[in-house]
Design a protein around this ligand. Structure first.
Ligand code: PNS
Length: 167
């Protein structure tokens, strides 16, 4: 019997959105073992500490038995190798994502030629959705409850309320 194919879906997930979740669900039907991998130390300042990002993802994927959640530091390809993954999964929402994704995929291929990057499209209903925009909409009091899983909406709202106390 052939080895199960392990795929890694890396990102900042700050926080996870329904677009990420849609991609995870689609990918969980294609790969035997899927690891959602959160970057520990990003150059961008994170809204949520790593532990909270992991908790929110774990809760959101709880029903998917072949999906695991992890975190990594350093090079993605080193983490992929350590996990025995042969695939890196990334979502492409629109043409504007392509250039950044192409650069990353080619750099990862240069570093680890045995690992393939595969791209999948999230549902078109999520093509405009990003963690950055969700945070911005929430910060200004807009509705986000149909853009993110419920616990993410609750945590973002709680942060907004706590933040407004300080003004
Ligand atoms: O959600 P993001 O911010 O688009 O995810 C970017 C991520 C985490 C996939 C990327 O920054 C990454 O892989 N960082 C790890 C460092 C690395 O391996 N860099 C070289 C390959 S481009």
């Amino acid at each position: 019997m052939s080895e199960p194919r392990v795929a890694i879906y890396p990102g900042s997930f700050d926080p996870i959105t329904n677009g990420h979740l849609d991609l995870i669900r689609r990918a969980s039907r294609q790969f035997e073992d899927l690891i959602v991998a959160v970057l520990k130390h990003d150059t961008k300042r994170a809204e949520f500490p790593l532990g909270e990002r992991l908790d929110m993802i774990r809760e959101a994927v709880a029903g998917l038995s072949n999906v695991r959640v992890g975190s990594f530091d350093g090079l993605l390809v080193d983490y992929a190798r350590a996990q025995g993954a042969s695939l890196i999964l990334r979502g492409i929402r629109a043409v504007s994502d392509y250039e950044y994704e192409l650069q990353m995929a080619l750099m990862n291929r240069k570093l680890a030629p045995e690992i393939e990057t595969v791209f999948m499209l999230p549902g078109e209903a999520y093509s405009y959705l990003s963690s950055r925009l969700v945070k911005e909409v929430c910060r200004h009091g807009g509705r986000i409850d149909d853009l993110v899983p419920p616990m993410v909406a609750n945590r973002l709202c709680a942060e907004r309320v706590a933040g407004s106390d300080n003004v």
